[in-house]
Design a protein around this ligand. Structure first.
Ligand code: HPA
Length: 358
């Protein structure tokens, strides 16, 4: 196996210069840098990152702990994290805490034992043990998607990255109310998650803005997964006065809701209108096409990496929370007519109208 000394000899430079090119630790003249890269290529040299870590105490790796990796929302977050990490010369170690507080604590310890330089974690609904571990070991970490209540013990110590949850949900509710709906049901997410709490607040704001009372019966919790969404929707539709419109708290529960409605022979939007939190790649293939809130998932992942790397560069900087805006994607499940251009009248592919309200 070729060594760094072989590369240095072949390029006619010192071993230290090869090291600076590989680690970006000092500027190197462009032609010298190119000579080193050519030698690396020619000799087939691969750096030994373990040896490098012993010298630098850095592994140039990031630990990522997110549950429900199969959910397209989190898959896209992962893509955003991976691309941004790679761009900055970092590798990823991935773990799935399964939204279980005990397991979460365990996988975070495993990532820490692997000496990742920092972590990006989407906390579970009960993150006490996770937070205690990160603080005790002073692990540079960014909390992603689910954020801590500002008033929670030590919350101000963590950088956090999330999407807006309240205002976009308000938008869905006022849109449905604007179409004349007076009984709007919410299939809410897993209790205890900040995303669930914010979306419930947004639902209540939307009702208030439309002059509608909040009725406890019209809010049923799912588990942020498809099965829970199906159960919650079935419960809502069994009410003596069922809702005429439904809002779902995430993509997986939307699928569950559609199952429950189909089971009852109900059509959307003829029998019941539907508007969803979360857009996903095939939301415009459903019939009707789903009116949805699109979260900036890839951007959330990339932003989390950026915030983490800034933290590694400046460990004493005050922690901050970055919130990214969502987009209202107006399609037809809300009961509005299809306003996308007719295929024969358009030159390009059909596009939903983003951001427009009726
Ligand atoms: N948080 C935010 N958005 C989501 C989630 C979640 O846990 N699952 C699907 N969309």
């Amino acid at each position: 196996m070729p060594t760094m000394a072989d590369v240095a000899r072949s390029a006619g430079v010192s071993v230290a210069t090869v090291s600076h090119v590989l680690n970006g630790t000092r500027p190197v003249l462009p032609h010298t840098r190119q000579a080193v890269l050519d030698a690396i290529d020619e000799l087939g040299y691969t750096p030994n990152t373990l040896a490098r870590s012993l010298v630098t105490s850095r592994t140039r790796s990031i630990g990522l702990a997110v549950s429900a990796i199969s959910n397209p929302y989190f898959t896209e977050i992962l893509q955003g994290v991976e691309a941004a990490a790679l761009e900055h010369g970092y590798g990823l170690l991935i773990a799935d805490p399964h939204d279980d507080p005990g397991h979460e604590r365990k996988v975070v310890q495993l990532l820490h034992e692997r000496r990742v330089d920092g972590m990006i974690v989407a906390p579970s609904a009960d993150p006490g043990a996770l937070v205690a571990y990160l603080r005790r070991h002073d692990v540079p970490a960014v909390l992603l998607d689910r954020v801590l209540d500002d008033r929670a013990e030590g919350a101000q110590r963590f950088d956090q990255v999330c999407a807006e949850g309240t205002e976009p949900m308000t938008r869905l509710v006022t849109h449905l109310a604007g179409r004349g709906h007076r009984r709007i049901g919410l299939v809410a997410g897993r209790p205890g998650l900040s995303t669930t709490g914010e979306r419930i607040t947004g639902y209540r704001h939307g009702l208030a803005a439309a002059g509608l009372p909040f009725e406890e019966r019209l809010l049923v919790h799912g588990d942020s997964e498809s099965a829970g969404g199906e159960r919650a929707t079935a419960a809502l539709m069994s009410l003596a006065a069922p809702p005429t419109a439904l809002v779902t708290g995430n993509n997986a529960m939307t699928i569950g809701a559609l199952r429950a409605l189909r089971e009852r022979g109900l059509t959307v939007p003829g029998d019941i209108a539907l508007a969803c939190f979360d857009d996903f790649a095939w939301a415009d293939l459903f019939s009707p096409r789903l009116t949805a809130i699109a979260q900036p998932s890839k951007e959330l992942g990339a932003t989390a990496v950026r915030v983490l790397l800034e933290r590694l560069d400046a460990p004493d900087r005050p922690a901050r929370t970055v919130r990214l805006p969502c987009t209202f994607v107006h399609r037809t499940s809300c009961g509005c007519p299809d306003r996308s251009p007719r295929p024969d009248a358009s030159e390009g592919p059909q596009r939903p109208e983003r951001g427009a309200d009726s």
